[in-house]
Design a binder for this molecule. Structure first.
Ligand SMILES: NCc1[nH]cc(CCC(=O)O)c1CC(=O)O
Length: 311
């Protein structure tokens, strides 16, 4: 008797070291859980995810742009895309969804420096690299004397700029450094009380077409329920605030048995004002707790801070 043909799952991935690590991680997890599949990586040059000028680009509806990885999935060149949850927009193009969220890695920001052990050890006026408004406003609040200098590029580029002496310290996500085998670069983790993490930070999510039921069933084995609960509360907060990817918003949920606590932060980029709100409730209400925290922030004036940034 002939064995049933194995299903091949192709992972569309960007080519950065972190994107490839995440794709390999999902490949290994899929193979660990399923015997009868083959998994391939389909690395793609996504040129900063340019908006595609093709009829397919209009499928997104609602003004959402379909990106290169999604075009590959629509055209049948790939089956899934793997994302850092903190870079995933609130809404997906029509026909696509998030069908698994893997177990969260360390969610905190990392203090990285070649000469200093932590934020408080930096001399007055020291130069700290980050391009994140969320990190910037929290660091400015904590240490108003520090100079924040723009820092872009992938993780290796950012570390090279630190090593070249352009900064006294830089702030990166711990998860990215740990995944790339560079945990020893972390001088110290910044606790939530100093730098509340970004929505979904440290978690990897898997996107695929909503009409591929067989694939969606296979992906369920990779879903980590606790992570999914936490990230869904964090994302619900962001959605209610209409926060994009480049905003001074922090959102971090923790679990204690069947109870979830979510803390949210919206900050003035100069660090002059940081608004905080928290709520606790049963995990089954994760999303409504996210909305509750967002509304508490809006009541304190988060809407004014955010709309000033969009203009
Ligand atoms: N914005 C870039 C980005 N997107 C995901 C990570 C790695 C951490 C994660 O998966 O949350 C990073 C690097 C960083 O912020 O330092």
């Amino acid at each position: 008797m002939q064995a049933a043909p194995k299903r091949t799952i192709r992972i569309a991935t960007r080519k950065s070291a972190l994107a490839l690590w995440q794709a390999e991680y999902v490949k290994a997890k899929l193979l660990e859980h399923h015997d009868s599949i083959v998994v391939e990586l389909v690395p793609m040059s996504t040129q900063g995810d340019r908006i595609l000028d093709t009829p397919l680009a209009k499928i997104g509806g609602k003004g959402l742009f379909i990106k290169e990885l999604e075009v590959a999935m629509l055209e049948g060149r790939a089956d899934i895309a793997v994302h850092s949850m903190k870079d995933v927009p609130v809404e997906f193009p029509e026909g696509f969804g998030l069908h698994a969220i893997c177990e969260r890695e360390n969610p905190f920001d990392a203090f990285v420096s070649n000469h200093f052990d932590d934020l408080d050890a930096l001399p007055e006026g020291a130069v700290v690299g980050t391009s994140s408004l969320r990190r910037q406003c929290q660091i400015r609040k904590h240490r108003p004397d520090l100079k924040i200098k723009d820092l872009r590029g992938n993780v290796n580029t950012r570390l090279a700029k630190l090593d070249a002496g352009e900064y006294d310290a830089i702030i990166l996500a711990s998860a990215g450094l740990i995944r790339l085998g560079m945990e020893e670069r972390i001088k110290t983790g910044l606790p939530a009380s100093v730098s509340l993490p970004a929505v979904g930070q440290g978690a990897v999510g898997i996107e695929c077409r909503n009409d591929d039921a067989e694939l969606i069933a296979l992906l369920q084995a990779l879903n980590h329920d606790e992570t999914q609960t936490r990230v869904s509360a964090e994302r619900a907060m962001n959605e209610r605030l209409e926060g994009g990817c480049q905003v001074p918003i922090g959102s971090f949920a923790t679990l204690d048995g069947d109870s979830i606590t979510l803390t949210g932060m919206v900050g003035q980029p100069d660090g002059s004002t940081l608004l905080f709100a928290s709520a606790t409730g049963p995990t089954k209400n994760a999303k409504s707790i996210g909305v509750e925290v967002a509304e508490a922030l809006l009541e304190q004036g988060a809407g004014e801070i955010l709309s000033a940034l969009y203009n």
